[in-house]
Design a binder for this molecule. Structure first.
Ligand SMILES: [Zn+2]
Ligand SMILES: [Zn+2]
Length: 299
């Protein structure tokens, strides 16, 4: 991680340049004037941005605008635009990730537990969307999550407040499916680096039995990890490959939508470990075998 260490002084300077609410107001104004109207929107005039920000003192306004220029803001012949780092800052703020936590109490959602068939509820707390079964011990075995937890997904507050917990439940799992597909394809959707796949360890006392990773009560999940930015996910390999054959047709034929429905279906199938491969059996007797490169074969 030498490249990360080497970038610290420059990155620290970048954060320090954001340490003023007038500068954040300038970024907001440029976002509304040069990003929201569309990709080919024209530049924003100096006077328009100054008026939006509401700072009368030109010296003070110019001082803050200059601090942002060439890093978060680009000056053009006709005015100003947001540079990509500036857009990233605005987008991060709009997710409300930095804001106070909009906790949402648990509410029932239209889903059933893939372990016991029990009722499922969703809640939101500390940046995580939590899905819990009310009737069993759940999937995740960790002191940081409550009993019955089936998933704990990092999800932005903007996707919960004004949206509602039921929709957030659907969308967070749909988004997770996209993450799994990219990582299953070998790259990290966050940083663009390589992803490695790790199969669950075998039980040495019972050959042919996968024992699964710690903290999850399932023996058939694989770990998808980006060693660069730290994205690490435990995924069901048959839902991580749900956009490829044979899984796309299998799920599609049964009317199972990407997201929770497909994950829950796959999670309910018994799994065995065989010669370093994982084999899953569906309720209608179809067997899917997964190789260590996530190639899926239907048997
Ligand atoms: Zn349950
Ligand atoms: Zn990454």
């Amino acid at each position: 991680m030498e490249e990360i260490a080497a970038a610290r002084p420059r990155d620290a300077l970048a954060f320090s340049l954001l340490d003023n609410h007038v500068r954040l107001a300038i970024l907001d104004s440029l976002y509304e004037r040069t990003v929201e109207p569309g990709p080919l929107a024209s530049d924003a005039a100096y006077s328009a941005v100054k008026s939006d920000v509401g700072v009368e003192d030109s010296g003070r306004f110019n001082y803050h605008l200059d601090k942002l220029t060439d890093w978060f803001v680009t000056k053009t012949d006709d005015g100003y635009r947001l540079a990509e780092p500036g857009r990233k800052v605005v987008r991060l703020r709009r997710t409300r990730t930095l804001a106070a936590d909009p906790a949402v109490e648990a509410e029932p959602v239209d889903a059933e537990c893939y372990r016991c068939g029990g009722d499922v509820e969703a809640s939101y707390d500390a940046g995580y969307l939590l899905v819990r079964c009310r009737e069993c011990e759940g999937l995740v075995d960790h002191p940081l999550v409550p009993e019955g937890t089936l998933s704990a997904l990092a999800y932005p507050p903007s996707g919960v407040s004004e949206v509602g917990i039921s929709t957030a439940f659907e969308r967070s799992h749909r988004r997770l499916a996209h993450y799994f597909r990219a990582m299953g394809d070998g790259f990290c959707p966050n940083c663009g680096r390589d992803v490695t796949v790790t199969f669950p360890p075998d039980d040495e006392t019972r050959p042919g039995t996968a024992v699964g990773f710690s903290h999850v009560r399932h023996d058939g999940l694989v770990r998808l990890s980006c060693g660069f930015c730290g994205q690490r996910r435990l995924a069901h390999p048959l839902s991580a490959t749900d956009d490829q054959e044979p899984m796309a047709a299998f799920f599609g034929d049964r009317g199972l939508e990407p997201g929770w429905d497909r994950m829950a279906a796959a999670m309910s199938w018994p799994v065995t470990s065989r010669d370093g491969r994982l084999a899953y059996e569906t309720p209608d007797g179809t067997r899917f075998v997964v190789d260590d490169d996530l190639t899926v074969t239907r048997e």
